[in-house]
Design a protein around this ligand. Structure first.
Ligand SMILES: [Cu+2]
Length: 150
């Protein structure tokens, strides 16, 4: 019995060791996620191309506002589980306008503009949480979507 326990402990240690990755994962193999912010005949929407993030994976959320008025993406409670690397905005020719770094929970996107939000989820959620647009009346018009971190 003691040998079995010791074997199990050795396996657990080796699995744990394998899970510790080397290097800077925040810049490798970035997955693009489109997030459309807009409205149609059914109301307003937030449409991300995926609804589940994985911890340690780097993502570039490409926020595109398809409307003639501004929208925002608020991460709400899930925001504290997501590390923001940076936010980038470019002009129509693709020239960088600004790059913002730091802890960010909410980004507003102007009419027909696109902003790139580079993130790395760092902690799993206990189930679906919610991204939303908190501009007056927008959430109520449908601008909320479930997101989860596994
Ligand atoms: Cu909105």
């Amino acid at each position: 019995m003691k040998n079995i326990l010791m074997t199990c402990a050795a396996i657990a240690v080796s699995i744990g060791g394998a899970a510790i990755a080397e290097g800077d994962l925040s810049r490798a193999n970035i997955i693009d996620v489109t997030v459309l912010l807009g409205s149609d005949d059914d109301g307003m929407f937030i449409r991300p191309s995926i609804n589940t993030f994985v911890t340690g994976q780097a993502y570039r959320m490409v926020l595109t506002n398809t409307d003639d008025f501004k929208h925002e993406l608020a991460l709400n409670g899930i925001g504290e589980r997501i590390f923001t690397r940076k936010i980038e905005a470019s002009d129509a020719e693709g020239n960088l306008i600004t790059e913002v770094k730091g802890a960010i929970r909410e980004v507003e996107v102007g009419p027909h503009q696109t902003v790139e939000w580079f993130i790395v989820p760092v902690q799993t959620t206990d189930g679906p949480e919610e991204f939303s647009c908190e501009l007056p009346g927008h959430r109520e018009s449908g601008m909320h979507v479930e997101m989860e971190i596994n």
